[in-house]
Design a protein around this ligand. Sequence first.
Ligand SMILES: Nc1ncnc2c1ncn2[C@@H]1O[C@H](COP(=O)(O)OP(=O)(O)O)[C@@H](O)[C@H]1O
Ligand SMILES: [Mg+2]
Length: 351
Amino acid sequence: MTTPDTSQTHDDLICVPPTAESLLSLRIKHTRIAELMTELETLIYPGSQDSLLLVCGPTGVGKSTLAHHAVQKALQTSAQAMADDAGLIPAVYVEAPSSGENEFSWRLFYSRILAQLDQGPVENLPRANFGIDAQSGRMIRPRSSSGTSLASLRTAVERGLAARGTQFLVIDEAAHIIRQTSARRLEIQLDTLKSLANACGAQMLLIGSYDLYQLMSLSGQLSRRTNVLQFERYRQDRPEDERDFNACVLQFEKRLQHLWGGKLVAHSAALHENTLGCIGTLSAVLTRTAKRLERAQGWSLDALRRSLLTEGQRLRILEEILDGESAINPGLTRKLPKASSVSTNAGRRVA
Ligand SMILES: Nc1ncnc2c1ncn2[C@@H]1O[C@H](COP(=O)(O)OP(=O)(O)O)[C@@H](O)[C@H]1O
Ligand SMILES: [Mg+2]
């Protein structure tokens, strides 16, 4: 029998201050997340005609985080159904593989989906249908005369998604599927996804930065027929966005009070400008700052200043954002950055 370790009391455990790395696991339920979750819950339902949904927004706004959250939430909501039917996987997350120089690899993409479908108990699945080994219970390559042909992989995915009762499949970095393709080919790529969705009754949630939207709009047909949800940054020119962004800074401040010493929220406006109102970027800046503060053992403005995006990085991201926003909301005028708003120290402005 092992003796329990009593060297650390409960009080010791709760008194240990969180580390800078703990910011990486912080998940703030901010306004945009709540709005998009409501949208997704409205648009994803059995029998929906919207087989493809698009979520677009700037890099670092928190799209992948939202996608994981949507999958987690679907699993929680279906907890009872999953307990009753051990084979059920209501939602699946995959990242579209990067095509590099070559064409998009459907083979790798299908294999990734199959790997996700191979998780959890498989007792209730029709094994022979899509190649589950009777002895090990693991999903294996579909057994057919053509072995691992693309067609048999595709059939395995269709059957797998249907057998798992998957309601929606999140495809992160979806621009990889259609980058480097002509407008005609683009439609073929997306029709391939649509027919997959129709064959297995699952909706596809494509996630990407604004370039995904811009690629899709190369085909008038596609942009008319696809439902687009925008994951917008918090804009500095909207008071309600400013308030919501500040609330996020406050959440980060609360997580590591011993490091910030109450000094962080005073810099909300500078953080808003530097991170362009993207919560993922804010998280990266604050994690770097916290690491520096840990080393320095206390608050220093210099640690924050050195952790900000350089002006060059900020302007490049801003250009992308402005292009994307004006493409997605043609009514919005494209505002060029104010050169005068930038100050010294490689443009890293902190009050
Ligand atoms: N709601 C949030 N609360 C706290 N941290 C977040 C939140 N959203 C994103 N982050 C952090 O920012 C990082 C980048 O976010 P991510 O979702 O990958 O952005 P995107 O996919 O839009 O580029 C994440 O790894 C996460 O640590
Ligand atoms: Mg992402």
